[in-house]
Design a protein. Structure first.
Length: 353
C-alpha cells in the first residue's frame, strides 16, 4: 500500500519550510518534484493516512488512461511512482492531519496550524486539495454524537491509543480491513462487523482477515449496527441485528466506524480567497490566488477553460513552482533548466550525469 512508502512526521511541534502543500494527491506530489527542481523544500499536509488522494481512496485499482506516455496505470500505481520520483527531494509529510488555521508569523510568512497541534511556517502555501478535504461519513446510529472522540472514532490517528481495547470495527472497505489486521496484535479483542459477507477491500486483506477468524483470533459478524449502549461518552456495548441471531448486544469499549468518505471544502473556505463555482480562483500565469503567496492547483483551482484532469494539474504544478520561487528566493534570478541537459539535476534525481 502507498501508506508504507512515506513516513509521516509525528503530530505537534513547530516546523519551517519553503512551501506548505495542502493535499497529497497526484498534483500535490508532483508539485514536490517541480519545487525540488528549483531547490525549494516542501512540507505536505493531508487528512488521509496515506498519500494519493482520490486516486488511492476512490479508485486505487481503476485504470487511468490519460497520463502521457503511459498506456494504462492504476491510481495506486501512479501514487507509488510519484512518491518514488520525489524521494530525492526529501519532503516532510504530515498525514492524518487537517489544516485548520491560517495566520502570519512575525516575519510575514504564512503559518498553518493543524487539528493535531502541528504548526508549519513558510513564505508560500500551495493548495492541492482536489475537490476538498475527505471527511468520514457518520453512521446512521441514534446518539452516536455522544460517544464521538471518546470511544467512537472514524479514523486511527495513533495506533497505540487502541492498545488493550475491546474493539468493534464496522465496515467492509480497505480501511476497515487494514485496521482489523493492524490492530489485532495489540488489541484485547477485535470484532469485525459488516452488513454482508462480501467486501470491497483488497483480496489479500480479506484472505488474511478470514485466516484470523478461522484461527479464533478475531470475530466476524454479518450484522447491522442498530444502537450504542453506554454512559458519559464511554461505550459499553453495540446493539446489532442479523438474520441468524436477531437483535443482540456485543460488548466492547471502542467502536471504529469506517463507512466511507465524503468531500467537503473544509477550512480552506475560511482562508479569505476568492471563489467561483465552489473552487478557488487563480490566474493562469502562476496559478496564484487572490491572496499573494497562496497558490492553488488541481481540481480545486478555477479558471476559464479549466479541465479537471491529472495532466492539467501536472502543468499547473510546474507554473506554480516558478511563481513560488520569487517568494522563496526574492533576491535570486530564476534560471530555467531542462532536465534533459542539466547535469546537476540529473545527478540529483538519479538520471545520467
Amino acid at each position: 500500500m502507498a501508506a508504507n512508502l512515506v513516513e509521516s512526521a509525528p503530530p505537534g511541534g513547530a516546523h519551517e519550510t519553503d512551501v506548505i502543500i495542502i493535499g497529497a494527491g497526484p498534483c500535490g506530489l508532483f508539485a514536490v518534484f517541480e519545487l525540488g527542481l528549483l531547490n525549494i523544500k516542501a512540507h505536505v499536509i493531508d487528512i488521509l493516512d496515506k498519500p494519493g488522494g482520490q486516486c488511492t481512496e476512490l479508485y486505487p485499482e481503476k485504470p487511468i488512461l490519460d497520463i502521457p506516455a503511459i498506456k494504462t496505470i492504476t491510481g495506486e500505481q501512479l501514487t507509488k511512482q510519484l512518491i518514488d520520483q520525489i524521494k530525492p527531494f526529501g519532503a516532510t509529510f504530515h498525514l492524518n492531519e487537517m489544516a485548520t488555521g491560517l495566520g502570519k508569523s512575525p516575519d510575514g510568512k504564512w503559518k498553518i496550524e493543524t487539528d493535531l497541534g502541528t504548526t508549519i511556517t513558510a513564505p508560500v502555501i500551495c493548495i492541492a486539495a482536489g475537490g476538498g478535504s475527505f471527511q468520514p461519513k457518520k453512521p446512521p446510529i441514534p446518539g452516536v454524537e455522544d460517544f464521538e472522540g471518546q470511544s467512537v472514532f472514524y479514523a486511527v490517528r495513533q495506533r497505540d491509543a487502541f492498545k488493550g481495547k475491546n474493539i468493534i470495527i464496522a465496515g467492509g472497505g480497505d480501511s476497515a480491513l487494514d485496521w482489523t489486521l493492524n490492530l489485532e496484535p495489540i488489541a484485547e479483542k477485535i470484532t469485525l462487523i459488516h452488513r454482508r459477507p462480501d467486501f470491497r477491500a483488497a483480496p489479500d486483506s480479506v484472505d488474511k482477515m478470514k485466516a484470523l477468524v478461522d484461527a479464533g483470533r478475531i470475530d466476524f459478524h454479518v450484522s447491522q449496527i442498530k444502537g450504542l449502549n453506554g454512559d458519559g461518552g464511554q461505550i459499553e456495548s453495540v446493539s446489532v441485528e442479523s438474520k441468524e441471531d436477531g437483535e443482540h448486544d456485543l460488548p466492547c469499549n471502542t467502536l471504529l466506524a469506517f463507512y466511507g468518505l465524503t468531500m467537503k471544502l473544509g477550512p480552506i473556505a475560511d482562508f479569505g480567497l476568492n471563489f467561483a463555482e465552489n473552487r478557488v480562483e487563480v490566474d493562469t500565469e502562476k496559478f496564484e490566488t487572490s491572496v499573494p503567496g497562496i497558490f492553488c492547483i488541481g481540481d480545486m483551482a478555477y479558471y476559464p477553460g479549466k479541465l479537471k484532469l491529472i495532466l492539467s494539474g501536472f502543468h499547473e504544478s510546474a507554473l506554480m513552482s516558478h511563481g513560488a520561487f520569487h517568494y522563496v528566493f526574492p533576491d535570486k534570478k530564476l534560471k530555467f533548466q531542462h532536465t534533459t541537459s542539466a547535469k546537476d539535476l540529473q545527478a540529483q534525481i538519479g538520471g545520467k550525469s
